[in-house]
Design a protein around this ligand. Structure first.
Ligand code: SF4
Ligand code: SF4
Length: 424
């Protein structure tokens, strides 16, 4: 669908009353204090782009890309404008009008192929264990990387040797009486960088009576593509994944990654397809998607029953934007944490303030990302906790880097890991 015809671009822009409320909550504007990077400024910019007042060039893209797509502004806009969708649509419009072979290689080739992604993380693993990475850093060879990557490559600390897929069968039976058949949408980052979270998810689901199916050919949820101006590729990925998920004939589709659950949500599907209403089959599949934390609390009604093993943890919880703002899931992760014997949950100030990771933002806007991260780490420090729980692999990586950067021996966990540890 054409940029000008996309529902947010066609319908929503005119609702902006220029009140500036969105500016007051934007973490990027809080750092830069410049209208060109404020959400209101982005709305104005998209309007000018739509009306042909500015050209779809790299200068406009650069302004629009100074946004985490955290959705904070959209949840505060009194006119109900999905500001982040306007921004993402405009990025795609500009990308379509430019030739960018590097972006094509990363987002159309590498990030659409689970095999190539796996191969690249295997390469990173070898570079880490053979010391090549250390050597490359010492010789400043990493400085030849494009954009902010020379600085940002440190965010990725370790790459496990075995992915979650290498360790899990396609179908894992329920333990005891089967209650439900559930598809587990195993996201790229959890699969390749946090396999321990995937193993914990499967353990908790199967011990709660779910037969778990992990369709082999699932691909990326498409969120990195949306953020990087590749809406068309995100559309192909979404249709591919939904076809597989609908064939799996499951009761629910569950994921432990906040970004994946928001990408597969009914609202995002309508945005990516550029439709106010989506086809009944797609709507049926999207209606089955539920974030793991909400599934465990609201569907399985998980209780303290089987959580018998005690381990002492004094921790705080960070709300991922894609869970709290995009899906309004805030109480469920906390409820799960409080179920674990020995866990003391201490709230930090502004727990839903963005950590600055936002998928690829930290890789493209490193300095800005670090300023936002510093605020988050200070809120964590003030709780006196050295463990943070969160439900998004991107936040997890960013917060772990925040600990390393401030030379604190801290730890980041997914609530499901603590649940799994408490099970027999
Ligand atoms: S909050 Fe909404 S209506 Fe107000 S300036 Fe921002 S986009 Fe416009
Ligand atoms: S999505 Fe987040 S970073 Fe982007 S303009 Fe809105 S509040 Fe600011």
């Amino acid at each position: 669908m054409k940029f000008k015809e996309l529902p947010p671009v066609k319908e929503q822009i005119r609702k902006c009353v220029r009140c500036g409320r969105c500016r007051t909550v934007c973490p990027v504007f809080a750092e830069v204090k410049n209208e060109t990077v404020a959400p209101r400024g982005h709305v104005f910019m998209v309007q000018m782009l739509r009306d042909g007042v500015v050209k779809p060039d790299s200068k406009v893209y650069e302004h629009l890309s100074k946004c985490l797509l955290c959705e904070t502004c959209s949840t505060f806009c009194p006119s109900g404008i999905d500001i982040h969708e306007l921004n993402a649509a405009a990025r795609s419009f500009i990308t379509e009008n430019q030739s960018n072979p590097g972006k094509r290689l990363v987002f159309d080739t590498l990030w659409t192929s689970p095999k190539l992604l796996r191969a690249s993380t295997a390469f990173m693993w070898s570079a880490n264990v053979t010391g090549l990475m250390k050597l490359a850093r010492a010789l400043h060879l990493t400085k030849v990387l494009p954009g902010d990557l020379p600085k940002a490559e440190q965010i990725l600390d370790r790459v496990p040797f075995r992915s979650a897929r290498d360790q899990l069968h396609e179908t894992i039976p329920a333990q005891g009486k089967k209650k439900l058949r559930v598809a587990y949408f195993l996201g790229c980052a959890t699969n390749l960088l946090h396999p321990e979270v995937a193993l914990a998810t499967v353990k908790v689901l199967t011990q709660s009576g779910c037969e778990v199916v992990i369709p082999r050919d699932l691909k990326c949820c498409g969120l990195p593509h949306i953020a990087n101006g590749k809406l068309g590729t995100a559309r192909s990925l979404l249709l591919h994944n939904f076809e597989l998920l609908s064939r799996a004939k499951v009761d629910y589709i569950v994921t432990d990654c906040a970004s994946c659950s928001s990408a597969l949500s009914d609202k995002n599907v309508r945005f990516v397809l550029g439709q106010e209403e989506i086809d009944a089959n797609l709507a049926l599949t999207a209606g089955k998607v539920v974030d793991l934390t909400a599934f465990l609390v609201n569907v399985l009604d998980i209780g303290p029953g089987n959580l018998v093993k005690r381990s002492e943890h004094r921790l705080t919880y960070h709300d991922p934007c894609h869970l709290a703002k995009a899906q309004n899931i805030r109480k469920e992760p906390r409820e799960l944490l409080r179920l674990v014997p020995g866990v003391e949950l201490v709230e930090m100030a502004e727990p839903d303030r963005c950590c600055g990771g936002s998928g690829t933002f930290a890789l493209t806007h490193y300095d800005m990302s670090m300023k936002i991260l510093d605020k988050k780490m200070s809120a964590i420090r003030n709780t006196g906790c050295d463990t943070v729980a969160t439900c998004c692999p991107s936040c997890s990586m960013q917060l772990a880097y925040g600990f390393r950067r401030s030379r604190v021996n801290g730890k980041v966990v997914h609530p499901v890991e603590l649940l799994a540890q408490a099970l027999p």
